[in-house]
Ligand binder design. Sequence first.
Ligand code: AVJ
Length: 313
Amino acid sequence: MKVLLDADVQEAALRADVLAGLTAPSKWLPPKWFYDARGSELFEEITELPEYYPTRAERAVLETHAGDIARHTGARTLIELGSGYSTKTRLLLDALDLTSFVPMDVAPSALEAATAQIAVDFPGLPVHPIVGDITQHLDALPAAPDRLVAFLGGTIGNFEPAERAQFLSAVRGVLRPGEHLLLGTDLVKSPRVLVPAYDDAAGVTAEFNRNVLRVLNHHLSADFDVDGFAHVALWDADHEWIEMRLRARWPMRVTIPAVNLTVSFASGEEIRTEISAKFRREGVDKELTEAGFTLDQWWTDAEGRFALSLAVA
Ligand code: AVJ
């Protein structure tokens, strides 16, 4: 496994984000810090919840169109960004005629498990996992032939619009003309469907959200009272995104020794921990075009909940 994120680099990045986010007037933390081993497992659990439709909807699109993806791209190399356990990706591994598979993720535990399982299920397929941050390490992607970059799950929605533009341009920058991007985007729909998907009855998403505080306790010796924070999920209709927050149930002072910081929370004060933007076809087309891609195919599930875009560089 190629490791671009060693523990020291990761901790330095975590310290910088915590310092910036928790000293800001409106407190925030970037969602990538959810994904330690426990966070990655909790996310897998989320994907199986009755309320969390995006994974099943995206799988339905992949089941229907994996053959089309193979035909339109002729890809020989599949690069998956933010690959996690690569569960849905197996549908692409089945359909494509690949000479290698390159999954990249910040979570080494998920990447290791995925690589081991794929070795068993796809013997003879070379897998070259990279532990890396997709916002920093695209340069490390191999210059292999006929590449298809897959960015699935709707994870692009976790970026702010400006970050999204920067990220898509960076992906375009590493691709040669004629190579492809397969982009998964969750679509705008009723908040009656969206909000429960991020606030499930079993409380798994709440645990996932609070896990970021456990990560800070563990890695920065912070003393967050994890149960002192309530899970909040709300639909921001102006931005068309879901926001997850952690709301202090009572006034708190938290010390974070690794960054030499004491943070005060008023009762009810919130930390924004994630945005998950929802998209429309025109918006996706526009953003891809602005990044230098051409939208070639747009596929959705039968209920129109989730889209896969195939774009050409
Ligand atoms: C993995 C980023 C696609 O935004 O829906 C699930 C993460 N957060 N429930 C998403 C998540 C809360 C998920 N992505």
